[in-house]
Design a protein around this ligand. Structure first.
Ligand code: ADP
Length: 240
């Protein structure tokens, strides 16, 4: 079983239940949007998926590997772009990626070709020698996504990757990541609170107060409504 599977995952912070029996699967080549208002549990789920926290019950598999019993293999299949940027601002784009490649045991020709391929996929090859500090927010984000690709993950997790970007940069990043699922067969989980980043053919998960309210094709779920209106109607106070 490849892609990503999350089976019956719950998580509490003390008495506060942050996730309640969350269950879903994302197939390879699928862009899956995890949409939920602030406080829905998206970051908690990402912490469990990346093993920052361990789930007390339930099961997560990444490209078929069980995250609890085979974490090394499972994590090796996973690329992650966190909400907080983690690039070294004083290094060039290329150097940030080659440093990451070295941390993953890659060097020489193999590293060089993976770095070039990753920068190509994000349309960043022309900026390879620029210092990250001189890039705008959208290009920094693209650098981070390219960096995550250097390790050749089959599952890519992005936690609110478009936060703080202007509309044009948001559209560009969203487009690039959709292409990674469509053209390269990556399994993508894209957490956001912005419905306009979701396309009709995407798999859509709506998370609200720790519970998964919906799991289906975005276009089918929204019907005749604009997705933003549909999302607001499902997550309004009192709705469940
Ligand atoms: P999201 O990422 O969707 O905004 P979070 O996963 O951050 O949601 O939060 C889910 C719920 O858990 C919220 O009600 C939040 O207040 C609560 N929560 C998050 N982190 C903690 C924490 N460290 N201690 C207690 N409650 C927390």
């Amino acid at each position: 079983m490849s892609g990503l599977t999350v089976s019956d995952i719950s998580y509490n912070y003390g008495a506060k239940r942050a996730l309640d029996g969350v269950d879903f699967a994302v197939d390879p080549g699928t862009f899956c949007a995890l949409l939920g208002p602030n406080g829905a549990g998206k970051s908690t789920l990402f912490s469990l998926l990346t093993r920052l926290f361990t789930a007390p019950s339930g099961r997560i598999t990444v490209a078929g590997y069980d995250l609890a019993s085979d974490p090394r293999r499972a994590l090796a299949q996973m690329g992650v772009v966190f909400q907080q940027p983690t690039l070294d601002l004083d290094l060039s784009v290329h150097r940030n990626l080659s440093y990451f490649a070295a941390l993953h045991g890659l060097s020489g020709r193999e590293a060089a070709s993976r770095i070039d391929a990753a920068l190509e996929r994000l349309d960043m090859i022309e900026r390879a020698s620029e210092r990250v500090r001189n890039l705008n927010g959208g290009h920094r984000r693209r650098t981070e996504i390219a960096r995550a690709l250097v390790a050749n993950p089959s599952v890519l997790l992005l936690d609110e990757a478009s936060v703080g970007l202007d509309a044009a940069a948001r559209r560009s990043i969203t487009g690039h990541v959709h292409e990674l699922s469509k053209n390269d067969g990556l399994t993508v989980l894209w957490a956001t609170h912005l419905a306009d980043e979701v396309f009709d053919d995407d798999q859509l998960l709506i998370l609200h107060r720790g519970q998964l309210l919906e799991n289906g094709r975005a276009g089918d779920l929204r019907g005749d409504m604009a997705l933003t209106d549909y999302f607001l109607s499902r997550t309004a106070e009192g709705a469940a």
